[in-house]
Design a protein around this ligand. Structure first.
Ligand code: CAA
Length: 292
């Protein structure tokens, strides 16, 4: 059934970072009636993201979930830019830059120099402390975690994370935004990995230990979880999909955050990342992938 854009949405949202997550979030935002300023460092990255968004919206039309006229209007609401100053128009910003504390803190601080004092900043971090990120800004009450899942247009959940200083109004604004994209929200408090990655990543890490110790081949481990537990992807396939570097970064946040050896990253995971076997994006992880 065709779905009209949100008629009450007049907001402009800045999305910082035009990778898989930033592009997916931008797609959902324009599709649901928001004006989006998508910012990244390079034109090439932005052009690729705009192309993916265009293809994603065309797919929605093919499936009869979006009218072609709405697709065109959605694309007209997308603006790509390398210029931070353009983001000053945004009411709400979502950062989706690389999963490193310093890079995310820098993105938030740069946004703060551009945006109005009342603008809210959300981080799409998958494990970094919202409290720590918020403390690097002068508006910690207006900083919140909005953890989307890949592929963003398909996955229903947004995990909404409250930092120690996040105000109830900010939390509600993040939840309302997620809901206006048709997403379900679950609130989590600010502990390493929140709920999602505290549960998911140790499972993936354990699957890598099982592979390293020769319990079964990669395909066997994945089949057990797919056929035996009805998971849509096995843990090793999923690790390749997420990116092994991202999995390793998240395991390190868990290990350092809890100082508990049960979160020790598997040495095979460390070795694969060191070798540049990062999963789908590099063409090789636990499996091999053809380009594109
Ligand atoms: N982008 C957009 N849409 C995609 C997509 C992508 N990369 N991959 C698949 N889809 C869409 C397809 O177009 C299709 O949509 P339609 O029904 O409208 O045609 C739908 O998803 C199903 O796709 P397929 O039939 O091709 O394949 P599938 O049934 O095997 O599903 C999948 C693919 C949705 C990715 C499924 O395997 C799945 O749910 N896997 C688990 C994904 C997951 O766990 N994601 C969370 C990762 S963790 C994370 O993101 C956050 C973190 O902190 C690490």
């Amino acid at each position: 059934m065709a779905q009209s854009p949100n008629p009450s949405a007049t907001k402009t949202i800045a999305v910082v970072g035009a990778g898989t997550m930033g592009g997916g979030i931008a797609q959902e935002l324009v599709r649901h009636g928001f004006a989006v300023l998508l910012r990244d460092v390079s034109r090439e990255v932005l052009d690729r993201a705009a192309e993916r968004i265009s293809r994603g919206l065309a797919h929605e039309v093919e499936k009869g979930r979006l009218k072609d006229s709405d697709r065109q209007q959605a694309l007209a609401r997308l603006r790509i830019t390398i210029d931070w100053t353009e983001l000053g128009r945004a009411d709400f910003a979502i950062e989706t830059v690389t999963e490193k504390f310093d890079m995310k803190a820098l993105a938030l601080q740069t946004l703060e120099r551009q945006c109005r004092p009342e603008a809210i900043f959300a981080s799409n971090t998958s494990s970094i402390s919202i409290t720590r990120l918020a403390a690097t800004t002068n508006r910690p009450k207006q900083v919140v975690g909005m953890h989307f899942f890949n592929p963003v247009p398909v996955m229903k959940l947004v995990e909404v994370i409250s930092g120690l200083e996040t105000s109830p109004a900010t939390l509600q604004a993040a939840e309302a935004l997620a809901r206006s994209l048709g997403k379900t929200t679950v609130r989590a408090n600010d502990f390493p990995g929140f709920v999602s990655n505290r549960v998911l990543m140790p499972m993936i890490n354990e699957a890598i230990f099982a592979l390293m110790e020769g319990v079964a081949e990669a395909r066997g481990i994945d089949e057990v979880m797919k056929q035996g537990m009805n998971h849509p992807m096995g843990p090793l396939e999923l690790a390749d999909f997420i990116g092994l570097d991202v999995c390793l970064d998240i395991m390190k946040v868990l290990y350092e955050g809890f100082r508990d050896s049960k979160y020790r990253p598997c040495p095979l995971l460390e070795k694969m990342v060191a070798a540049g076997r990062l999963g789908r994006k590099s063409g090789r992880g636990f499996y091999e992938y053809s380009p594109g």
